[in-house]
Design a binder for this molecule. Structure first.
Ligand code: GUN
Ligand code: ZN
Length: 439
């Protein structure tokens, strides 16, 4: 049991709610000389250093481990709401859009995960690198192979991380080496749920890859498991690419829309999240909002694969829950800082530019909400699990120069997301404990 008391000092920022279209500063708390007090892995207080330190009784103070991050910015651990860990090996694969990219690069790479040693090596690498990028929670696609989930959860358990992962379900329109069946997907998913769901901080996510690679029978299996098991999560892809949408229309001619396919199989609702959601209409956005079905905004992937521009403002106006996501390896970086930089650029093609407080909300509490994990993580409210990242706003000379010309918190945050990246991550902590240090 982690009974250690941690006292953390630095500039502390966290969000209490969505800053909304006006980027309302009262949605966040910022303490320039701030502190976090952590007991048994959970936040017990956040505030001004002077107040927190003075209120701490002398015995606790003596036993507390002090982390002095003065000069740096402390934020809740970053939340990546959609990532394929087996795809780090196809990062930066040239010249294709979604369907051809899957066929030419992604499926062959995922086939290599038939070897458990490949899965273990890759899972350990990705977990270690996520921490180096400040990501403490992610919603993770494994491959069709059940042991690829074991590999990921074992790697995440090593650091006691709050992680979601699931075995890809895919029983058509894919290579034989990656094809399961409705029956085997049910059997394997059940076994993985029993092994991992609720094991420490881990939770299982049902993972039908996307409608084109699952038969209606297999989507029914996923829907039935989601309905039957408490607190299970669901992840998939929705309306990413125009050719994909056309294909779904051909495969499911009786459905009103792509979203309707998932709805008819019982796969929308709380704790469900769909990657991309680029090509949705107003009615679909409202339907997602009304059913608490979330979207993962994947800007680097949508640009890299030429999929289109996700309209974050329209999604927020409709009341949808949205999280930020790298979507590695369609996306081009494990860094949610770089991803925020690209999210802003995408938003410039839509009606509302993504403002800085809203951006950092998306990467923290917004992501936690989109995954249905806000009772555990996402900010520093008392009782939350103490996952946090420490950022250096002087990590590069250009960023330091820009910061020296910034006068407001918003300006600094915007400079950080535009010029910053993983070089800014000084340290990452999970349940109070350091799990990554830059030096
Ligand atoms: N749609 C179905 N599978 C995938 C995938 O692996 N990546 C992306 N970006 N879209 C998908
Ligand atoms: Zn994806």
């Amino acid at each position: 049991m982690n009974q250690q008391i941690h006292l953390v000092r630095g500039a502390v920022l966290h969000f209490l709610r969505d800053p909304g279209p006006v980027d309302d500063a009262s949605a966040c708390e910022f303490f320039e000389d701030g502190a976090l007090l952590i007991e048994a892995g959970r936040v017990s207080a956040v505030g001004e250093w002077g107040h927190i330190a003075a209120a701490l009784d002398p015995a606790a103070r003596e036993h507390a481990q002090l982390h002095d991050y003065r000069g740096h910015l402390i934020l809740p651990g970053l939340v990546d709401t959609h990532i394929h860990y087996p795809q780090v090996g196809v990062l930066g694969s040239f010249g294709r859009q979604l369907i051809d990219w899957l066929t030419e690069f992604t499926f062959p790479a995922e086939s290599a995960f038939a070897d458990p040693a490949v899965a273990h090596q890759c899972a350990e690498f990705v977990v270690r690198r996520m921490l180096a990028h400040g990501t403490t929670t992610a919603s993770v696609f494994a491959t069709v192979h059940p042991h690829s989930v074991d590999a990921f959860f074992e790697a995440a358990s090593h650091f006691d991380l709050r992680m979601l992962c699931g075995k890809v379900m895919m029983d058509r329109n894919c290579p034989d080496s990656l094809r399961d069946t409705a029956v085997s997907a049910e059997h394997d998913s059940r076994a993985l749920i029993e092994r991992w769901h609720g094991h420490g901080r881990l939770r299982y996510t049902l993972t039908p890859r996307f409608a084109p690679t699952s038969t209606p029978q297999q989507l029914d299996v996923a829907g039935a498991l989601y309905a039957a098991w408490p607190d299970l999560h669901v992840q998939s892809h929705l309306a990413e690419n125009k050719r994909e949408i056309e294909w779904v229309r051909e495969l499911f001619p009786d459905r009103r829309s792509y979203l309707d396919v998932y709805a008819r199989h019982g796969l929308i609702g709380p704790r469900t999240i769909y990657g991309h959601c680029v090509h949705l209409d107003e009615a679909e956005r409202k339907w997602m909002a009304d059913t608490h079905t979330a979207a993962a905004f994947c800007p680097t992937s949508n640009l890299f694969l030429g999929s289109g521009m996700f309209d974050y403002g329209a999604a927020r106006d409709a009341g949808m829950a949205v999280g930020l996501a790298t979507d590695v390896g369609g996306g081009t970086s494990l860094s949610l800082i770089r991803t925020l930089g690209e999210a802003y650029k995408v938003s410039q093609f839509c009606a509302q530019p993504l403002a800085p407080l809203s951006a950092w909300y998306l990467a923290t509490l917004g992501g936690a909400r989109a995954l249905g994990l806000e009772h555990f993580i996402g900010n520093f409210e008392a009782g939350k699990e103490a996952d946090f990242v420490v950022l250096d706003l002087h990590a590069t000379e250009e960023l330091a120069w820009r910061i020296s010309h910034a006068s407001t918190l918003q300006e600094r945050l915007f400079a950080l997301q535009t010029l910053g990246d993983e070089r800014c991550v000084v340290a990452t902590h999970a349940m109070g404990r350091p799990v990554y240090r830059r030096d």
